[in-house]
Design a protein around this ligand. Structure first.
Ligand SMILES: O=C([S-])c1cc(C(=O)S)c[n+]([C@@H]2O[C@H](COP(=O)(O)O)[C@@H](O)[C@H]2O)c1
Ligand code: NI
Length: 537
């Protein structure tokens, strides 16, 4: 069995994951080809070999096309002069912004001088760029491509039902007319002086803490970009699954409905390229099984557009909670896991723990940009799992029982949810008759041994019980891999399990069935039928 192990002992971020996956897949050529199928503003992906505290790996950056400037550093519009790069925020009090590595990130390294020189060059370049307010491209007739003034794609070769749009640029002190331009994306933050399809009328609630006012992409826009691209269906589903986790976390943290979560344009571009690249590479590698180490995050605070955030940052900790990521903090005083990193590991890891017995074929190291006092790397290990016991997974599992005859139904429902959210593997109630002929419920919690104390405390605090029983149990679990089945209703996520004798079964993921049923307004039974049909074809 082809197994991929994520070693997140020193954290994970989007660009570290791309670097590591590129090394195990030799997939640079494939990745570049697939990324060309994304219809997003022009950008370059720089892939270079780089060391971090003496460990060599691959460092990946998303740059503004034709420049050395990371897209998330193109922040003329962010007056607070704050910007973050993958895995880290850089606070600048000087004239320009850039996401380039600081020389101090390579403490004691010979590269520091070179980096300082490179920084000066970048600063010059970026200053020049600042003076140039207009890209000029959009003023050319028949221009098709990314208009930097407008921050969106335009196709002036298409007559869009005579929809001449006039946009007022809030950031640039000019107004100009795009006659007959068809707007490929409708993520404007402009005033439309034209009759406009109200469904495109985005009225974004802008977080003033960002101190900038420009183009946003909502979670819905990003899903559309992914769906409208020509990357494989498998990669699309994986990318959307990762974005969904980030969007749910951001929605929780900022107290907004998921569809109102928005990403400012440069941040969205960086996230899209990071997340879609990981999806493309994972779909290319196609491991049968993915396991992660317990994920290590740092502690302390970091600065980002929201100001000073405590580590794990809110969006990352929301993903830890929502996705039941097994993580711990280690003695490194900064952020080691970004929200994107948490979304990646939680999308792919079927379980967290030690590496299984396997013959290693490839090791990939993705390098991050922080100086953390030790290598800032993500390691992924690809290998063939030793087949002997591969159908059966066992672990240190307990069952906790309690008979409850005097808690209310409402309380019991609440407790079930709380136990599940606190690490229980499963929680159930069974109706029983207990002493004194009392109808009651037997609470049964299945959990890892290390979660016992925490879960018992919840049972004592939230129910009327005064005693619980627990005992270790043996468990057999079939090995499973995630897969995507193509159906007439679109791709449906599924898990494929195999028995010791080599029989395999594929079961649809309920969330995937439910989402399609909801989106298409059809019954979940008909989605399941389409899944079964897709499996047979
Ligand atoms: O931009 C937003 S909304 C943002 C929110 C949060 C929260 O925790 S809320 C954190 N961050 C920081 O941005 C960088 C980049 O993260 P990516 O996952 O996009 O690579 C990172 O330091 C986050 O902690 C941004
Ligand atoms: Ni924000």
């Amino acid at each position: 069995m082809k197994t991929l192990y994520f070693d997140c002992t020193t954290g994970i971020s989007g660009n570290m994951a791309i670097g590591a996956l590129l090394e195990v897949s030799d997939g640079e050529h494939y990745l570049r080809g697939e990324l060309n199928k994304l219809r997003v503003p022009e950008y370059d992906v720089r892939i270079v070999k780089r060391g971090s505290h003496g460990i060599d790996g691959t460092y990946v950056e998303v740059l503004e096309a034709g420049t050395d400037i990371p897209v998330d550093a193109i922040s003329e519009k962010i007056p607070r002069r704050e910007l973050y790069i993958h895995g880290g925020l850089h606070h600048h009090d000087d004239e320009y912004h850039h996401g380039h590595e600081h020389s101090d990130l390579e403490c004691g390294d010979e590269k520091s001088k070179k980096n300082a020189k490179e920084e000066k060059k970048l600063a010059k370049k970026f200053k020049k760029k600042k003076k140039k307010k207009l890209c000029g491209k959009c003023e050319k007739p028949n221009f098709k491509g990314y208009c930097k003034c407008k921050g969106e794609y335009v196709d002036c070769t298409i007559k869009a039902n005579d929809e001449a749009h006039k946009h007022e640029h809030h950031d640039d002190p000019h107004t100009h007319l795009h006659d007959d331009c068809h707007h490929v994306h409708h993520d404007h933050d402009h005033d439309h002086h034209q009759d406009h399809d109200p469904s495109h009328n985005h009225n974004y609630d802008h977080n003033p803490s960002h101190g900038h006012h420009h183009v946003y992409r909502t979670y819905g826009d990003i899903k559309q970009i992914i769906d409208n691209s020509e990357i494989t269906n498998g990669a699309k589903e994986l990318a959307k699954a990762m974005f969904h986790k980030v969007a749910v976390a951001e929605a929780t943290v900022h107290g907004k409905p998921i569809d109102e979560v928005h990403f400012h344009e440069v941040g969205a571009l960086d996230s899209i390229v990071d997340i879609v690249s990981v999806a493309i590479l994972m779909d290319y590698i196609k491991p049968d099984r993915i396991i992660s180490s317990v994920v290590s995050d740092g502690y302390g605070t970091i600065k980002c557009a929201h100001g000073v955030l405590s580590v794990p940052v809110p969006a990352t900790s929301a993903i830890y909670k929502n996705e039941q990521v097994r993580f711990k903090q280690i003695e490194v005083p900064t952020e080691l896991v970004t929200p994107t990193g948490a979304a990646i590991v939680s999308t792919f890891a079927e379980s967290y723990g030690l590496m299984p017995e396997m013959n290693i074929s490839k090791i990939g190291i993705g390098v991050g940009s922080r100086n953390i006092g030790c290598p800032n790397t993500l390691r992924v290990i690809l290998g063939e799992e030793v087949p002997s016991d591969n159908a059966v997974q066992t672990g240190d599992i307990l069952v906790i029982n309690s008979n409850i005859d005097d808690s209310t139904g409402e309380e019991l429902g609440y407790v079930l949810e709380k136990l599940m959210n606190s690490g229980a593997l499963d929680v159930s109630y069974a109706p029983i008759f207990m002493k004194k002929n009392r109808p009651a419920y037997r609470l049964e919690v299945i959990c890892r041994a290390e979660d016992r104390d925490k879960l018992c405390e919840i049972i004592f605090a939230e129910t009327t019980t005064i005693g619980v029983r627990y005992y270790p149990v043996q468990r057999e679990e079939l090995s499973r891999t995630r897969t995507v089945v193509d159906t007439e209703l679109g791709p449906i996520e599924a898990k494929r399990v195999s028995t010791a004798s080599g029989q395999t079964y594929t079961y649809p993921e309920y969330e995937s069935l439910g989402r399609i049923a909801f989106e298409l307004g059809i019954s979940i039974k008909s989605v399941r039928a389409a899944f079964e049909k897709g499996l047979r074809e």
